[in-house]
Design a protein around this ligand. Sequence first.
Ligand code: AMP
Ligand code: GLY
Length: 424
Amino acid sequence: MKILIVGSGGREHALGWKLKQSPLVTELISAPGNPGLAALGRTVAIKADDARELAAFALREQIGLVVIGPEAAAAAGLADALSKVGVPCFGPSQAAAELESSKAFMKDFCARHGVPTAEYRVFDDAVRAKAYLGDREPPFVIKADGLAAGKGVVIAATRREADEAIDQILFLRKFGTAGQRIVIEDFMPGEEASFFALCDGETAIPLAAAQDHKRAYDGDKGPNTGGMGAYSPAPIFTDEVREQTMARIIAPTLAGMKAEGRPFVGVLFAGLMITPEGPRLIEFNVRFGDPECQTLMRRLNSDLMPILLAAAKGELAAASALEWDARPAVTVVYAAQGYPDEPLTGSVIRGLGEAAGVEGVEVFHAGTKQDEDGLLRAAGGRVLNITATGDTLKQAVARAYAAVDRIDWPGGFCRRDIAWRALG
Ligand code: AMP
Ligand code: GLY
């Protein structure tokens, strides 16, 4: 079967790397792909959010399954366009993608279906929003409603900071139309975990959990990013927490989305706060986490292809359980200097072959480009993902950093403390 992977990051390279190992996959094509995906198969220059072009391409090429990587492709209606031409797709419809693309929709949905999450209110008026803060306790959590590449959240310690954030989003339109509305919610203390479930509209199958590091610098300091590293399993995510998450968060969400005429197909990614009262939802994403996905793919023993196809076809109830490697895996994100604010692109990267030679290591491309001169250069913020498995988390981390040290890239930086919480 021919597979089309949509996207161009490390998440998509990891999915491609895993799918390529399936005896059921005859050809792997990616759009637009990256140099890592190009080593696995053909790439086509169609943007991930160009739903019409992608659907026409998939039909013409007789693609057996399209796998959607980024939320932008889902929010642009790619699954809907593919459904019209009859090509199976692993990824949510535009209406289902609203769980991620509108935080106001997500919060109202959780309220309707009893999914545990922080108390909140939605505002489009700054005066009312500021007045509401008077009734709440700091810290205040202020979020732009729409997609803002993970940057639309402000945690304000004081009223003044919160007022400023409200003005920045609603008046100054710091996040453009994503900030036409804001959500203000209560702060939840606790430790975070990322949990993933494969869904076919009706049935959900739990995947493993992971923990991510969102801040740019060591010690969880510096600006928020898309994620600087991840590890799995997540020690905080016990079997009990998994059962609670499936029963209280994933199951009611799947049933609610179906009842509201937006059945959810694809990966439901729950960003969770693990509190003494159990898991609470911070946010939903409608895709695999990046870099969590890279970490999970290194631990999945089962063939990924049949389970994604079963999800796309509404056949998960009959699918067999997934098998995971009990050993831990870790991902270190190697980013361009200046990330996340102004990453410097164009610098030359050498030594990937040497890095991949370290035992247990796979290097995924996230934001690279192959130049006409044959040199590999940085072409984005998060540029490389160095993943490693090991008998212990400590060994996996040591291997990942041994590989990092073999990469010759003065234009990059990475955190040196990935998985510190779990290493104790
Ligand atoms: P989000 O984009 O909604 O995941 O928010 C980004 C980050 O802000 C999360 O990963 C949390 O670290 C933090 N955060 C968001 N909402 C809350 C909340 N209600 N309480 C505590 N932390 C939060
Ligand atoms: N690493 C978090 C995310 O993908 O949103």
